[in-house]
Design a protein around this ligand. Structure first.
Ligand code: ZN
Length: 366
C-alpha cells in the first residue's frame, strides 16, 4: 500500500465570486476541501495524504498523523509539482492527484483507480458529455462526436515515477495531469468516472445545495355562524374559525413555516391584523406573495409535514381534499405533502372543540 493522495486546494477560484477561497466555503455542512480529505482518510488506502493550500494558518484544527499540509504555488500545475517534489523522499509507488473542488467522488472510485494502476501508468476517470460540444479553431466551428468526447475528472492515478518524470519537464500550464500524458504521447487508461463527481466552479454550485427548514404554528377559536376553512377549502362543520382573516390554521401555519425557512419574519409582519384591508382576507391570497418570494429567490419546496390538532372534524375524511388544495395553491406535487390528524384526549380548549390548532414543518432548497 505505497499509495499517496494529493489534494490540490490552493486554487485562486477566479470564477467563484466570493471573498473566502472556494475550498473553504461551506458545502454540505463542511468546508469544501474536507469532503475529499475525510474520504481519503476513511478509505485507508493511503500512506500519506498531502493537502496543498495557500495559507497553512487557515487550517486551525490538528490534522491526523498521516495528513501533511503544505503550501501550494501560483497555478494548479505549480502546486501539483510542489507536492510531487515534496513526497519524492517517501519513495511512493502510486500517487493520486485530486482537485478539492470535486467533493462528491466515492471511495469505490479510489479503489477502482488503484486497482487499474497495477497494469497502467496513468488511470483517469472520465464520463461522456451530456451536452453537445462544439469546438472552435480560429473562426471555424466543429462538432465533436459526443460518443468520442470525454470529460476527465479527478482523482487521477499515476505511477509516481512516470508522472514525476513528465512533471519536472513540463513548462506550460496544465489543467490536469492527464493533459501531461496526452501531450507526451503516453498511454492513458480511462475508467468510468462518476456523474455526481462534478466540479464546484461557480458560487451557485454551492448555494444550490443549501436546504433550510421552517416551522409554523397557529391556533384559532371556533365560533358558531362562521364558515370553516382548512387548507384553503371549505369544510362542512357547525362552526368556523374566528380571526381577522378566514382563520385557516393550516394555511397560516404553512405560510409561517415557509417564511421561517426563508428567514423572513412571520405572517403578522406581512398581514398585520389591525389593518382594515386584510379584514376577512382569504388565506390563499396571503400565500400568493409568499410563493412569489420563493420563486424570486429560486427556492423550491422539498416537503411539508402538517399536524392538524382538533377533535372534530376528522382529518381522515378530508385529508385527500386538503392535500389536493394545498398542492394546487403551492404548485407542488401531492406526494410532497403529509397531513396528520391529532386529537388531544378531550383536554383543554381544543379538546372541548372550542379551538383548532395546527403545526407545520417545511423544507426548502435553493
Ligand atoms: Zn391564523
Amino acid at each position: 500500500m505505497n499509495n499517496y493522495f494529493i489534494i490540490l486546494a490552493s486554487g485562486q477560484s477566479k470564477r467563484f465570486n466570493s471573498k473566502k477561497p472556494k475550498q473553504f466555503n461551506i458545502y454540505k455542512n463542511k468546508a469544501l476541501f474536507k469532503h475529499s480529505l475525510e474520504k481519503a482518510i476513511e478509505s485507508k488506502l493511503f500512506k500519506k495524504i498531502i493537502l496543498v493550500i495557500n495559507n497553512k494558518k487557515s487550517i486551525k484544527e490538528k490534522s491526523p498523523k498521516n495528513v501533511l499540509v503544505i503550501k501550494g504555488g501560483k497555478e494548479r500545475s505549480d502546486s501539483s509539482l510542489i507536492a510531487l517534489k515534496y513526497i519524492k523522499k517517501f519513495k511512493p509507488t502510486n500517487v493520486l492527484i485530486h482537485d478539492a473542488a470535486r467533493p462528491n467522488f466515492t471511495i469505490r472510485l479510489l479503489n477502482n483507480l488503484i486497482k487499474s494502476l497495477k497494469n497502467n501508468k496513468a488511470v483517469i476517470p472520465a464520463i461522456n458529455s451530456r451536452d453537445s460540444i462544439k469546438y472552435k479553431i480560429k473562426n471555424q466551428l466543429f462538432n465533436l462526436n459526443r460518443n468520442n468526447s470525454f470529460l476527465t475528472q479527478t482523482p487521477q492515478a499515476f505511477k509516481f515515477k512516470d508522472l514525476y518524470k513528465l512533471s519536472i519537464k513540463q513548462k506550460n500550464k496544465i489543467t490536469d495531469e492527464a493533459t501531461l500524458f496526452i501531450e507526451n504521447n503516453q498511454k492513458i487508461k480511462f475508467i468510468k468516472g462518476e456523474n455526481l463527481n462534478n466540479k464546484i466552479t461557480y458560487k451557485e454550485d454551492v448555494e444550490n445545495n443549501k436546504t433550510y427548514v421552517g416551522i409554523g404554528f397557529d391556533i384559532h377559536r371556533l365560533i358558531k355562524g362562521k364558515r370553516l376553512f382548512l387548507g384553503g377549502i371549505k369544510i362542512p362543520f357547525h362552526s368556523g374559525l374566528k380571526g381577522h382573516s378566514d382563520g385557516d390554521v393550516i394555511m397560516h401555519s404553512v405560510i409561517d413555516s415557509l417564511l421561517g425557512a426563508m428567514r423572513n419574519k412571520d405572517i403578522g409582519t406581512f398581514f398585520p391584523d389591525n389593518q382594515k384591508k386584510f379584514k376577512n382576507i382569504r388565506s390563499p391570497k396571503m400565500l400568493k406573495p409568499v410563493i412569489e418570494m420563493l420563486d424570486k429567490n429560486n427556492l423550491c419546496i422539498n416537503n411539508l409535514d402538517i399536524n392538524l390538532i382538533c377533535e372534530q372534524p376528522k382529518v381522515s375524511k378530508y385529508r385527500y381534499k386538503i392535500i389536493k388544495s394545498l398542492s394546487n395553491l403551492l404548485g407542488i406535487d401531492k406526494e410532497l405533502i403529509n397531513l396528520k390528524g391529532k386529537t388531544v384526549e378531550k383536554l383543554g380548549l381544543i379538546g372541548k372543540e372550542k379551538a383548532i390548532a395546527c403545526e407545520v414543518i417545511c423544507s426548502i432548497t435553493q
